[in-house]
Design a protein around this ligand. Structure first.
Ligand code: CO
Ligand code: CO
Length: 370
């Protein structure tokens, strides 16, 4: 979908919601609607889109050439030098875009307070309202080009995961394996990583978001590896588990339960059902096995330009799934002091069901203890 069509849709939605304009800072929304990836820094940088489709970029003079890459050909540019600072140029922007006394949508979850205050000061009487939901409503349904980028981000992550698991050996530290994985992700073509790989083993794996540490992996550990790549702006996110030598029966058992739960979740996905039904499907398997108290997080999160975005696959989210939505299915069981298991896949809702985009084998991977 061209950014022109995206802007048309955005303007229709702004009109419905009574917004005269929206402002965006560099990041996923900025990229989605303008096609530009600009630098986020202390130098105020904004894109403004008015309900009538007028587009303005506000940026430091040194970034001006960046707008030459914009797919839109009709837009205005307001710049300021380092010595001038942004204030005068911002007044000019507010005047030319006729922002005074209007309703302006901004990213409550993306804009800094200082940026919001600068806008308030430049455009007298302006009324600020959140635009996050409006942006996400449009971004939530992925088109074929977006899915192609996500598939590529997944291929990169899977190739890097395969290389890294192939080189894993007892005695390597979590941090060492995570570093190899980062290098492999980059070597296979990832843009800047959407998040740093999580490689956690043994007791450290009992926390879903633990950080890699300096403990060497050893016999009896399950190593949880959670990583993702970025390609064309879009992220992937996959988790697999590796046993080092012999592990306890209970760890073998929780892996097989989580594997079943992951399958049940993916099988439940189809358009029209509430997102929370997918959460209920994975949770039922884990509760049935008696480990409900040890599945301490939601089943999944939307995936796209952001690594965590709507739709959230969580109890209480009654919003129906729609074709083109992409999200993770990542049930887990975490046993304090012993270890944890999580199996995470990326799926897309299709016209009549689902397609699992991640193809990496879900079975417990195994390496020798010595
Ligand atoms: Co993950
Ligand atoms: Co995830």
């Amino acid at each position: 979908m061209t950014t022109g069509i995206r802007i048309d849709r955005l303007c229709r939605e702004m009109k419905k919601r009574g917004m005269a304009a929206v402002a965006m800072v560099p990041g996923p929304n900025f990229f989605y609607f303008t096609g530009l990836t600009l630098h986020r820094s202390e130098r105020l940088t904004l894109a403004l889109i008015r309900v009538d489709g007028r587009i303005a970029f506000f940026l430091p003079a040194l970034e001006r050439t960046q707008t030459e890459n914009a797919p839109h050909k009709r837009f205005e540019v307001f710049t300021y030098s380092d010595s001038e600072g942004p204030d005068q140029a911002l007044l000019k922007l507010a005047g030319k875009m006729d922002l005074q006394n209007r309703v302006l949508g901004i990213e409550f979850r993306g804009m800094w307070v200082g940026e919001e205050r600068a806008l308030q000061q430049a455009a007298g009487g302006i009324s600020i309202t959140p635009a996050d939901e409006l942006f996400m409503d449009l971004r939530m349904i992925k088109d074929d080009d977006e899915l192609t980028a996500m598939r590529q981000a997944i291929r990169i992550a899977e190739a890097a995961l395969s290389d890294t698991v192939g080189e894993m050996a007892a005695g390597q530290t979590e941090r060492e394996i995570a570093t190899r994985l980062q290098v492999a992700l980059t070597r296979h073509g990832s843009d800047p990583l959407p998040f740093l790989p999580i490689v956690v083993a043994g007791p450290n794996a009992a926390s879903p978001h633990a950080l890699p540490g300096d403990r060497p992996i050893r016999a009896g550990d399950i190593v949880t590896i959670d990583c993702g790549a970025s390609w064309g702006g879009y992220a992937s996110d996959i988790t697999r588990n590796v046993a080092v030598g012999e592990i306890t029966e209970e760890l073998e058992h929780i892996h097989s339960i989580v594997w079943q739960a992951n399958g049940a979740g993916r099988a439940a996905v189809r358009p029209g059902i509430p997102a929370e039904d997918v959460d209920a499907a994975t949770r039922a398997v884990i509760e049935e096995a008696g480990y409900g108290a040890y599945f301490t997080h939601r089943t999944g999160h939307g995936l796209g330009l952001d690594i965590h975005e709507p739709p959230y696959v969580v109890g209480g989210n009654r919003a129906p799934l729609r074709a083109g939505m992409t999200f993770t299915i990542e049930p887990g069981i975490y046993l304090p002091g012993l270890g944890g298991v999580r199996i995470e896949d990326d799926v897309v809702v299709t016209a009549d069901g689902t397609e699992t985009l991640t193809k990496f084998p879900r079975k417990l991977l195994r390496i020798a203890a010595s």
